[in-house]
Design a protein around this ligand. Structure first.
Ligand SMILES: C[S@@+](CC[C@H](N)C(=O)[O-])C[C@H]1O[C@@H](n2cnc3c(N)ncnc32)[C@H](O)[C@@H]1O
Length: 411
C-alpha cells in the first residue's frame, strides 16, 4: 500500500484510464499532458507521444492528476526498451527514465534546467548536459545503493511513492560491487552497500557495518578520502573528479586567496582548492555532519591552511556557530543539499563580496531560486555546466559560476 498519497479532492479517480497527447518534460522527470482542462503529470512517457494513462493519484475536484503511461500508442523516436526488467509502471521506483535513449535523457535534462532557470530566475541560458567521461551506456555506475528488505528477507528497491519492496537481485544501474545476490537479510531492514573506487566494499544494515571497515577510502582530485559509514560521497564513480574540474576551472583560485567550501562533506573542494591558494592563503570548510567533518580533518591534516568548522552553514555564516569564518572571501564554493542554500545563506555569502562563486547543485529548481536571490544582491550567472551524474533517472547536477555584476563580460 502506498504511504505517501496526498489527500484527493472530490472522488478518487485512481485507476481511471484515458488517452492523452504528451507535452513537455517538467521538473521531477514527469511529462505534462492535459485532460479535460487539468494538468496530468505522466511518468514513463516522452514528449510528443500519444499514450494511454492510468491515473495513480487525483480526484474529480483536483486541478492536477498523477498518472503512469501504461500503453504507448504513438511512440517517440527516443523510446527504447528499458535495459532493466524491473523498470516501468508499478515496478521499481528507482529509475524513471530507463525507457529513454541515453542521449535523449541528456536533452530532456537540459530542457528542464533551462526551463527552471527561465521560470524561476528569469534567465535565458543555453544548457548542454555533458556525460561523465567514460560513461557510455548509463549502466553499472551507482556506487552507493540503499536496498529495502521485504517481509521474506529479500533485498530490493521500493516502488514509486510506495513502501512496497520490489525484490531485485541485479540492479542495472548499480556498480558491480554494489549489487546484492540472493542472500536473505533481516525483514524490514535497510541494507546500504558502498563500493569505493579503491576496490573497498562496505555493507551496512540499519546503519551498522556488517561487512568491511567502518570507513571506506575513495580517490579523487589526486588525494585519498576517508568516508565513514553512511557519510556523503558522490554516487557516480566519475562525479567527484568531474565536479572538482568544473569548480576549479570556474573559480580560477589564486595564491594567497581566501576560499570558503560550504557544505564541504569530507572536504573534497577544500582539498582541491588548498594547493591553489597555497600556504599564504586560507580555505575554510563548513559542514553540518560531525562524522563528515571528523573525516575531513583527517583527510586534510597535511594542509594546515585549511580550517574545518562543524556547524550549520546558516548559523556559522551568521556568526552564531563556531567562530572563525572570515568576514571577506575571494572564492566561495557551495554544494548544498537538494533544498538549496536559500536566501539567508545567499545573503551571508554575498555580503562577504567574493570575486567568484561556484554553486554545485543537484536540484535545478533550488539552484534557480538561489540564483534569483544572488541576482538581487548584484551577482550574475557567468557560466553553467550540467552533468549527467545520474543516468537512467531524471536527476542532473549543475555547476553554476557567478561573478559580481560589471566585473566580467557576459555571454
Ligand atoms: C551534496 S553534499 C556535498 C558534500 C561535498 N561537497 C562533496 O562533494 O563530497 C551536502 C553536504 O552538506 C551537509 N549539510 C546539509 N545541510 C547542511 C547545513 N545546513 N549546514 C552544513 N552542512 C549541511 C551534508 O551533511 C552533506 O555533507
Amino acid at each position: 500500500m502506498s504511504g505517501r498519497e496526498r489527500t484527493v479532492r472530490g472522488e478518487s479517480v485512481a485507476g481511471t484510464q484515458v488517452e492523452v497527447d504528451v507535452g513537455p518534460v517538467a521538473h521531477g522527470g514527469v511529462c505534462v499532458a492535459r485532460h479535460e482542462g487539468r494538468a496530468v503529470f505522466v511518468r514513463h512517457a516522452l514528449p510528443g507521444e500519444r499514450v494511454r494513462i492510468q491515473v495513480t493519484e487525483g480526484g474529480t475536484e483536483d486541478r492536477f492528476w498523477r498518472a503512469d503511461a501504461v500503453e504507448v500508442l504513438t511512440p517517440s523516436p527516443d523510446r527504447v526498451d528499458p535495459p532493466c526488467p524491473w523498470a516501468g509502471p508499478g515496478k521499481c521506483g528507482g529509475c524513471d527514465w530507463q525507457h529513454v535513449a541515453v542521449p535523449a535523457q541528456r536533452s530532456l535534462k537540459a530542457a528542464v534546467v533551462a526551463e527552471q532557470l527561465e521560470r524561476l530566475a528569469g534567465l535565458s541560458w543555453p544548457v548542454d548536459v555533458e556525460p561523465v567521461p567514460g560513461d557510455a551506456d548509463g549502466l553499472d555506475w551507482r556506487t552507493r545503493v540503499t536496498y529495502a528488505v521485504d517481509d521474506a528477507g529479500r533485498a530490493g528497491l521500493r516502488a514509486h511513492r510506495s513502501h512496497t519492496v520490489v525484490p531485485i537481485d541485479f540492479c542495472r544501474i548499480a556498480h558491480a560491487d554494489a549489487r546484492l545476490g540472493d542472500e536473505r537479510w533481516p525483514a524490514g531492514s535497510s541494507v546500504e552497500v558502498v563500493a569505493a573506487n579503491t576496490g573497498e566494499r562496505q555493507v551496512l544494515v540499519d546503519g551498522d557495518v556488517v561487512e568491511g571497515r567502518r570507513h571506506v577510502v575513495e580517490e579523487a582530485a589526486g588525494r585519498r578520502w576517508r568516508v565513514s559509514g553512511g557519510g556523503f560521497w558522490q554516487v557516480h564513480p566519475g562525479a567527484a573528479n568531474t565536479l572538482v574540474d568544473a569548480v576549479l576551472d570556474g573559480v580560477q583560485a589564486r595564491p594567497g586567496e581566501t576560499a570558503l567550501d560550504l557544505y564541504c562533506g569530507v572536504g573534497l573542494f577544500a582539498g582541491a582548492l588548498a594547493p591553489l591558494v597555497g600556504s599564504a592563503g586560507t580555505v575554510v570548510g563548513v559542514e553540518g555532519s560531525r562524522q563528515a567533518i571528523a573525516d575531513a580533518r583527517r583527510n586534510l591534516h597535511d594542509v594546515p591552511w585549511v580550517r574545518l568548522l562543524a556547524g550549520r552553514v546558516d548559523r556559522v555564516l551568521a556568526g552564531t556557530g563556531p567562530a572563525g569564518v572570515p568576514v571577506a572571501a575571494d572564492v566561495v564554493v557551495l554544494d548544498p543539499p537538494r533544498e538549496g542554500a536559500k536566501a539567508a545563506v545567499v545573503r551571508r555569502i554575498a555580503e562577504r563580496r567574493p570575486r567568484v562563486v561556484a554553486y554545485v547543485a543537484c536540484d535545478p529548481a533550488a539552484l534557480a531560486r538561489d540564483l534569483a536571490t544572488f541576482a538581487g544582491l548584484g551577482y550574475r550567472l557567468t557560466g553553467l555546466r550540467a552533468f549527467d551524474l545520474f543516468p537512467m533517472t531524471h536527476h542532473v547536477e549543475c555547476v553554476a559560476i557567478l561573478h559580481p555584476a560589471g566585473e566580467v563580460d557576459y555571454p
